[in-house]
Each structure stands twice: as structure tokens, then as C-alpha cells.
Design a protein around this ligand. Sequence first.
Ligand SMILES: *Cc1c(COP(=O)(O)O)cnc(C)c1O
Length: 386
Amino acid sequence: MSFAALTRLRQGLAALRTDHLERRRLLLDGAQGAHVTINGQHVISFCSNDYLGLAADPALIRAAHAALDQCGVGAGAAHLITGHHRLHHDFESAFAGFIGKPAALLFSTGYMANLAVITALVGRHGELFADRLDHASLVDAAQLSGARFSRYRHNDLAQLESQLADSTAQDRLIVSDLVFSMDGDLAPVDALLDLVERYDAWLYLDDAHGFGVLNQGRGGLTDAARASDRVIYLATLGKAAGVSGAAVAAQPDVIEWLIQKARPYIYTTASPPFLAACLLESLRQIEAGAARRARLSAHVAQLRQGLAGLKRGVLMPSDTPIQPLVIGANADAVQLSKDLLQRGLMVPAIRTPTVPVGTARLRITLSASHSADDVAQLVEALHALD
Ligand SMILES: *Cc1c(COP(=O)(O)O)cnc(C)c1O
């Protein structure tokens, strides 16, 4: 009997190979950090989201050991059964206090949190408005919600406003990355807040790349957005926080609604409680992390100054640790990434269709765990290859 579906799948894989779109997983040994062993090669990595260098921090490791001894490995059940550990609960309170919102809810991943929040707040009679550069998890959530889905050009609030003005939906939700993950720029938070107030909508801000880094680590919320009941805030906890998971902060009734209604919250096992212990320690390190953030800012300034005269590529305007160097054609970006790797520097090439045609780039991410010498090596190599 022929197995037509498997044949089609094999043809699909072959097509990816011919189009140079096949993705390969690199093998990491040891701990995440600025200096890592990947596929057996020692490299300086400019590709992790471990912006503060907390992923292998000794204080977090100690917190993990202590919690493992006390509460074991697995949570054993969903939050609404018997999996909701005091450590989860304590982290939620601490996170809400730190962000300056009245309540918070912990999720296992940012992807799940996005599915949860969006599907719980809008359904078939709702409408979602999303920036074209929003993260894939937000787009997937929109599809799952069944709501009408309108996308606006990147940070184009005039287009967004005209979409809002045309909307007859019962519930409206604007969804935006707070720091855009491929460009490193910010959403205009106060202008978005003004729109949700005028058009009676919710505003959901995904701050995966701002939490821990911006505004003394509190992320990209402005004071007005922090105070607004319309604003729902997401921090993912596997990036600057160095651990795993995600936390949503909002008005208490919104959090209660998520607990009651959000299926990706309800129908899944709680994350291991020792991770919540790590997160509590991570939050302390973030709060006391001025020196890490100062180091990170110094690296950003050093890189931008060092690459100013480059001919082959131009840095996009960004003050965040995401520093995209736009090269242009897919093949050129890939070649430059390979040449850097030969020199022991790992910087990923981001190609179409992830980014628009002609803007293939090296996505350089910096971390407090880099040294000034690491950054200098990258700058020198890019000049040598220019
Ligand atoms: C990484 C990321 C997510 C997903 O978070 P995970 O915890 O890794 O699942 C969501 N949104 C944005 C903008 C991200 O960069």
C-alpha cells in the first residue's frame, strides 16, 4: 500500500533542502553563556537571549539545588488540581509587585501564555489588531481565538486607528511586541494606550525582550500603562530572567478570568516548583542588577560605535541588546555568518521569510556576560571581513 502523505512530507523536506531553508539544531555542551561549546567548537556567542547572564548564575543554581531538596522535581498536577505550589504563588506576588501591577499569573512558557491570554479575552465575536512584526506565538494565538484578525504595518498607528474606527466587534484587543524581536525597536506604548482608551479596547504587550533589561529591569511599561486596567503585560522568563516560563501581570479580575477560562493554563501540568524558586532568585538579581545593565549598555555603545563605518552592513537604530546588522541578500548574510564562525564568533543570519526581502541580517545580541574584549573581537572581525 502506498503511503502518499509520507511521500509528500519527504518531498517537502527535499524542497527545503534545495531552497536552503532547512533548519538545523546546533548542539550545545555545558552551560549557556558568552563563551560556549557548540557542535564541539569553542565560540563567543552573540545569539542567546540571556541578556543579563543569569542562565548559569551561581545564585540561581544554589536556589535550584535548595528547592530540589525540599520539593522534588515534578509538579505532579495542573495548577487547578494540586500542582499550584507555594513557590509558584510567591513568585506571582513578587513579580506583580516588581512590575507594579496588582496581580500576576505564572505560565510554563511565553508561547502558552500568549495562547492563553488572547483566546481568553477574545473569541469569535471579537477582533484582534496586531503589528505585522509581532512574534509568531501571537499570530498563532490569534488564529486559535477565532476572532477577526487585522494586522497593521509596523508601528503604523494611523493604519491601526482606521482599523479600530471600522471595527464593529464586541471585544477589541490590540497586541504588540513591546521590544520587537528581530528589529530591537520599541512599540509606542503611550500612543497605543491612548488608542485603546478612545476605542474601548484592551492592550496586550509582549515584553519578552524588555523585561529585566529596560527601566531598571521592570521592562518597557510606561507609568500610564502600568496604572491602566486596560493593559495586560507579559514577561517571558527564559530570556533576561535566565530560567524558563512567563508571567502575565494585569488587573486582578483579568488574572481571575485567565485562571477560570484560559485553556492553555488549565489543561497542562504546572511547571516544576524548583523553577519558581530559581525565578524568585532571578527577580532579586534583576532588581539588584544595575551593574549588569550598565555593562550591557556599555557593550551596546561599544558595538554601535565600532560598526559605524562598516560598508557591508548597517546597524538598525536600536538601544536594546538586539542589534540587527542589515546585510541585504540572504546568501550574503549567510556567508558573513559562516565567515564569523570560522573566526570563533557565532552570530546567526536571519533570512526571508522571517524578515522582509532584501533585509537579511545578522542578529547580534549582547549580554552582560560578554566582556569588552568579546565585543571588540566581533567589531574587529566584521571590519576584517568588510
Ligand atoms: C521568545 C518569545 C516568546 C515565547 O516565549 P517562550 O517562553 O520562549 O515560549 C513570545 N514572544 C516573544 C516576543 C518572544 O521573543
